[in-house]
Design a protein around this ligand. Structure first.
Ligand code: B12
Length: 212
């Protein structure tokens, strides 16, 4: 797949270029989610360059800063008014992982679709998921994970939910860059979502409000 100019600007850490392209696209009426996907593709480029040794941690941190600035004008578009509450999700980035952009986007999109989000933050201890399920009695639990080294933490968190006797009370959704169906099977999740919108569609399906 060819790299779009916006993904390229993000990948090249061209802050003003990325911000200008987002503004242009919004002004031209492009869909928020497709602009977000381009920024995400740019972040993948950053990740590849970091992996190959071309970028260092400082560039990763700078990329995070650019993503935040360039993505900020998209926030409004991610929200769609929904007043009736469909259900609750307890959401967090798993233990040993502090990446939170994806989780925050998932939180915004789910809550604007009528799903109450109990956001536990990042580096969430397994017991914190268990305690939040006991307290908030959600139908859904969402775990975000960007590090392959934290897959076992996600597995352990799900195991802790099981050992607490709560596994049958919730559907567990997982997502984040390296997560896929193989990972979902490995950790024992019910659903893997590639994007925040996938999460909304599946949440509505599990909550019985959509047949999609
Ligand atoms: C930005 C970034 C950082 C920032 C994070 C800033 C922040 N506040 O989040 C900083 C600089 C802090 C960072 C640190 C590190 N990082 Co980093 N980081 C990235 C980078 C470049 C982008 C991540 C991102 O924000 N993407 C954009 C968001 C929007 O995408 P997303 O998270 O995937 O979310 C979307 C979907 O996945 C989905 N989704 C996400 N969660 C969920 C949950 C559910 C339930 C659902 C349904 C959907 C869903 O919805 C979102 C929107 O559609 C990635 C590269 C990449 N390809 O992802 C590396 C990457 C994840 N980092 C990596 C590494 C190695 C690290 C460090 C270990 C580096 C170091 N040596 O210290 C540390 C780890 C710190 C820790 N303990 O967590 C590696 C991980 C490699 C691996 N195999 O695990 C990556 C892949 C880079 C690479 N290719 O090497 N990082």
């Amino acid at each position: 797949m060819s790299t779009s100019p916006l993904a390229q600007a993000m990948g090249d850490l061209d802050e003003s270029g990325a911000c200008a392209l987002v503004a242009e696209k919004l002004a031209a009426g492009e869909a928020t989610f497709s602009i977000l996907e381009e920024l995400q593709a740019g972040m993948s480029l950053v990740g590849e360059r970091f992996e190959s040794g071309e970028y260092y941690l400082s560039e990763l941190i700078y990329a995070a800063d650019i993503f935040k600035k360039a993505g900020d004008p998209l926030q409004e578009g991610l929200k769609s008014a929904s007043s009736n509450k469909l259900g609750t999700i307890v959401l967090g980035t798993v233990k040993n992982d502090i990446h939170d952009f994806g989780k925050d986007i998932v939180a915004t999109v789910l809550s604007s679709n009528g799903i109450e989000v109990v956001d536990l933050g990042v580096n969430v201890e397994h017991e914190a998921f268990v305690a939040a399920i006991r307290e908030h009695k959600p139908e859904l639990v969402g775990m975000s994970c960007l590090l392959t080294t934290a897959f076992d933490d996600m597995k352990d968190a799900i195991q802790a939910i099981e050992e607490a006797g709560l596994r049958d009370d919730v559907k567990i959704f997982i997502g984040g860059g390296p997560v896929d169906q193989v990972c979902a099977d490995y950790v024992g999740a019910d659903f893997y979502g590639r994007t925040a919108q996938d999460g909304v569609i599946a949440a509505k399906r599990y909550l019985g409000v959509s047949q999609k």
